[in-house]
Design a protein around this ligand. Structure first.
Ligand SMILES: Cc1cc2nc3c(=O)[nH]c(=O)nc-3n(C[C@H](O)[C@H](O)[C@H](O)COP(=O)(O)OP(=O)(O)OC[C@H]3O[C@@H](n4cnc5c(N)ncnc54)[C@H](O)[C@@H]3O)c2cc1C
Length: 389
């Protein structure tokens, strides 16, 4: 018979939400078990662009008072963690880029956008004189304004490892079959939990419905078809702004397992149904590069796409994402969506408050979870993609 164990908390889902919360709770002395049904790093987390938003992007869309404000406190939390001084230790994680650029085409709207951004969050944004543009932008054929934005981009595989590696003994694998009936799995495995947290992204809603925990719960999925291009000619971390509220393209740069640079392209380029033809995103990306960086030769590049959905609590403002993370409560079971990778610290804060309000304090013990198999790490989208010329 399986020996009974009681965890302070069991978390299902090892994306950024589960990993950050688990690491934070373990550091505080909670006996926390994190169970993953696929790979550590999750579905959306490993697929994210790694931008730690300060709110600027949202200020452009006129969301200054709500989303932009709530997210603007987050970069400091991440910087503390990167310095090894926060609730979690990210000192082993890598910064992909310390800042990003906004490429704003000439014309009235570009000017208005800049003013909005400066008013909203003036400190971390400044227009660059053309003499100070990065050399690759100087020769790219770009003809508008270049704005420097002091906003971090993180290397997400290293963030995942920094959070998971010190806690591997309590991050365990469950089969996808067992994960379909997670509470029954705990019972059958002799695992009791004072609190249960689901950070299982798209599966959260399904599980909540199945467990009849869905009263008052509203969620939404927003699909993307991300574009990827390699070899990228130089590292680029930039938002191509246009006449639309969302950037025409948001480009980040990553390195595949062969050391080749990959441009990963979101923004409007990717805002389409996941089952759209791959060429739709690829053509939109090509069009964006031709318009913004016309002198860059990408004619020999290979392309790929990633269909993926963002799962989150339902936005009250329609079409957009919610202004904060979402935490849904049903007895001693919680369901959490960070909404953005950037918000992971805020979601973990909410879980800590829940534990404290339920009088669950750190037991200071560490159960032996080695009877459950270890979980493997997720591979990046560029290493698993099907590339086409
Ligand atoms: C293309 C893309 C780019 C993005 N870029 C950014 C960005 O630059 N900056 C930013 O702040 N945000 C970004 N986001 C948003 C961000 O990635 C997500 O908000 C965040 O990663 C969600 O984390 P999560 O832990 O909730 O979900 P996930 O990372 O999806 O993790 C959920 C995990 O739960 C597991 N799971 C599912 N069901 C079960 C179960 N029953 N039992 C156990 N495990 C289970 C899954 O296998 C998965 O590992 C981006 C999102 C996408 C899709």
């Amino acid at each position: 018979m399986t020996k009974a164990r009681t965890a302070d908390i069991v978390i299902f889902g090892a994306g950024i939400a589960g990993l950050w919360t688990h690491a934070c709770l373990r550091n505080l002395g909670y006996d926390s078990l994190l169970l993953e049904s696929r790979n550590i790093g999750g579905g959306q987390t490993i697929a994210s662009q790694g931008i730690i938003h300060s709110g600027l992007k949202f200020a452009f869309a006129g969301k200054i008072s709500t989303l932009a404000k709530s997210i603007s406190a987050m970069p400091e939390r991440w910087r503390e963690a990167l310095a090894g001084q926060g609730g979690v230790d990210l000192s082993q994680a890598k910064i992909a880029a310390p800042s990003q650029l906004l490429l704003i085409p000439p014309g009235l709207l570009g000017g208005i956008s800049k003013t909005v951004a400066k008013k909203a969050l003036g400190k971390n944004v400044r227009e660059l004189n053309s003499a100070d543009w990065p050399s690759e932008i100087k020769t790219s054929g770009f003809g508008g304004s270049v704005v420097f934005m002091d906003e971090l981009v993180l290397d997400i595989p290293s963030v995942i490892r920094a959070l998971a590696e010190p806690n591997e003994s309590s991050i365990r694998s469950i089969s996808e079959n067992a994960a379909r009936a997670p509470l029954a799995f705990l019972n059958e495995s002799g695992i009791a939990a004072k609190k249960i947290l689901f950070t299982a992204a798209g599966s959260n809603a399904e599980i909540a419905t199945q467990e009849k925990h869905d009263q008052g719960l509203e969620t939404q999925n927003r699909p993307l078809l991300m574009a990827m291009m390699k070899p990228a000619p130089f590292p680029l971390y930039a938002h191509f702004l246009g006449k639309t509220k969302k950037p025409v393209a948001t480009v980040t740069t990553h390195t595949d397992q062969d050391g080749t640079l990959v441009w990963y392209i979101g923004g409007l380029v990717a805002e389409r149904a996941m089952d759209s033809p791959a060429q739709d995103s690829i053509n939109a990306a090509k069009k964006a590069f031709a318009a913004y960086l016309p002198s860059i030769n990408i004619s020999n590049a290979q392309w790929a796409v990633l269909p993926i959905s963002r799962a989150e609590g339902k936005s009250k403002t329609g079409g957009w994402m919610p202004d904060t993370p979402t935490l849904h409560r049903a007895g001693n079971v919680l369901y959490g969506w960070p909404t953005k990778l950037t918000f992971a610290p805020m979601l973990a804060d909410s879980v800590l408050i829940e534990l404290s309000q339920s009088n669950i304090s750190p037991s200071g013990t560490t159960s032996d979870w080695s009877f459950l198999p270890a979980a493997a790490y997720a591979q990046t989208p560029w290493d698993t993609a099907r590339w086409i010329p």
